[in-house]
Design a protein around this ligand. Sequence first.
Ligand code: FE2
Length: 666
Amino acid sequence: MVDYEVTVYTGDRVNATTLNSVNIKLVGTDGESDRTWLRSLVIFRGSVSTYTVSCPNSLGRLLLIELDKRQFILLPNDAWFPDKVQVKSPEDDIYTFPVHCWISDRETHRYREGKALRIFDESHPLGQYARQQELSQRSVDYDWELYAPGVPYTIKTDDPMTLPDEVQFSFTKSTEFAFTAATGLAELQLKGLVDNQENWKNLDDINDVFRNKDTPLSDYVQEHWKEDWLFAYQFLNGVNPTLIQRCKTLPENFPVTDDMVSIPDGSNLSNEMKQGNIYLCDYKNLDGMPANTIQGIQQYLTAPLVLLHKRPDDKLMPIAIQLKQTPADDNPIFLPTDSTYDWLTAKIFVRSADFSEHQINAHLLRTHLMAEVFAVSLLRNLPMVHPLYKLLIPHTRYTLQINELARDRLIGPTGVFTNFTASGGEAVPRILTRSLSSITYRSLCIPDDIADRDMQDVPNFYYRDDALQLWSVMFKFVQGVIQYYYKSDDDVLRDSELQTWIGDIFEHGFLSQPQTGIPQSFTTVPELTKFATMVMFTSSCQHAAVNSGQYDYGGWMPNTPATLRRPPPTEKGTTSEATMLETLPPINVTVQGMATVWLLSRQSSDFVSLGHYPEAHYSEGTPRQLQMDFKAELDMLSTAINNRNKSLEIPYTYLDPKKVENSVAI
Ligand code: FE2
């Protein structure tokens, strides 16, 4: 007989303890052990327990383990969270089997040894078989579902709690419960206002509701929201920094003339455009979209164009706003020289359009739905032992659950977005379809995106500065890992699993639209590196940039109204404080919006920040060292960002690596 020393590491997390009996089978190149009970009545959370598995002969090189668990008579079935299993062979070799997932059922689960293997590294038939079995089961567990025509496919599930154990992590009913507008309303003590459909009588009344529910920045926004510079600043460093671009030629449908706008120091619009000092925000995505009806009242959603000027003092200022796409006599171009309420009303319509563009395109489509496509295709096509699975799986945590909740609670038929926003309901899939048809691979890769928008040198663009640095640090990490496993382009070409992974993304994420520029296959190591960096960046940094500031900029409703109740003015001189208050959403719609952005901006209780890998999926030294180097570089970047922020009137914190979550988890 020979003995194998089996050490089981149970995760130190709530409910990880099991009162069930756990059985293990060791499988090697020369045979397999009996299914052996690990003789414990309880395996406690955080425990490290060692057992012996005896076999008549050596099993050769260990390939995998099988784990299953059964409840003892009279004791309940429970869930167990093993981190890993280590096995010392009679030959004194140490094998590590990463698990890092809940086991709650009575099924047999197979886990591979931790050394990453590409498909062509699988030399043993048992390894090949286990790989095929795992992927065929996964293709059943993680199936695609058509959410709406023209929109990326989503995970097929009716309930986020029924997703397989391996992606459940510590996602619990309490997490699910917290994801409700009612929770936000309760936390903000706004429940008493949810039935009040009256208009606001004045801005002070909004302040009474907002008071004591502010963040330092939302408070600042309340104080300065009417000022032009803050309006412009938000295109650079607010929640939607993705729209602004340099304007070298005016769009034909935006006929601003030199004599309309006043440019200081004797210059004019044409000159400033030539000098590269003019910027454009064009909400054409929203053109023609049907606006919602809320509480029986027609709402209004416009598709504005905004022109901005970078002054010699480096401040960006709005200089012209047209609220609808087609120039006409009843579609005036509003200017800062117009009456106070004409200009303020025009800005309010832009901010409200930005709410829809931001939430549906920049936030939902370009981060949440993209991250879901990347997660589902990863789970379907790459086995746990694959080096790219180990690299990217930490960046998928909670994404499937949170998206399913969002589809149900936010944009579903009774969702808060459907009930209380101008673009809720019918417009959502239409805006998503239009947005997807114009999405490009380059726009998902921040260095290309900044170049294409010609935004390389606009000053005070902290989103760009931080995002480019993060991309660079992330790219270096991803490159290190990929080059360790893929020594040549040929290695990439013959990894059939990688090819099906990208093919699945192209088909189900981008609906096989070649004009997106999304790769349809990988032919080189650099191509693979860039794509994997984009996946990681989109699922972490880009989501943080468009998610974390939602309450900062949206908590004070007049700065970001989710809907508007009067049509845009068709001539100048028709606005007043009274028309502004009639245009803004009523009391109950305001508090629903506040509660929702509050909910979506907060950090989850078990937040994992960027570059932290508490679950050791890699067992080899090189990728683990690269993970540590990545974290060290992120720490340095965090320090630099915090030092930079000390001198800023509005610190830009959303891309501080310590505040960026590893995955789309809220
Ligand atoms: Fe989000």
